[in-house]
Design a protein around this ligand. Structure first.
Ligand SMILES: [Zn+2]
Ligand SMILES: [Zn+2]
Length: 124
């Protein structure tokens, strides 16, 4: 591959922003990727890196929030099931069915939260 600016010079890499080949004379190593001599490209490569890092952080936070709300739902489900048992013990079918059904729903949604709703892990 040839440098986009210097025909005849071998390109050492591609500008991460515009995708043009850059030789060792005109490469601009931003530290997070190669850019060409174009200032705009250098800034864009740095910006892209910041955006990716920000997204990764947001996804991590979202995952831990999903996890804690899932655990909360499970906990509430267990409490409601406990109340259902209490309804059963005090011979109240209405309380038992009401609390039992709500508890089962909470448990179900809690489990769904923990198992299904997952953002892709940025670490992979
Ligand atoms: Zn460029
Ligand atoms: Zn060049």
């Amino acid at each position: 591959m040839q440098c986009f600016a210097h025909r005849g010079s071998v390109a050492v890499g591609l500008c991460k922003s515009c995708g043009k080949g850059v030789c060792s004379d005109c490469v601009n190593d931003t530290g997070v990727g190669l850019a060409c001599r174009d200032d705009e490209c250098g800034e864009r490569v740095l910006l892209l890196d910041r955006i990716v890092a920000n997204n990764a952080r947001v996804m991590r936070t979202a995952n831990s929030q999903t996890r804690s709300s899932g655990l909360l739902l499970l906990l509430m489900g267990l409490v409601l099931l406990g109340l259902g048992c209490w309804g059963y013990l005090s011979d109240s079918w209405l309380l038992m069915i009401m609390f039992g059904a709500c508890g089962a729903l909470f448990l179900l949604f809690g489990l769904l939260r923990l198992v299904v709703e997952r953002y892709p892990s940025p670490e992979r």
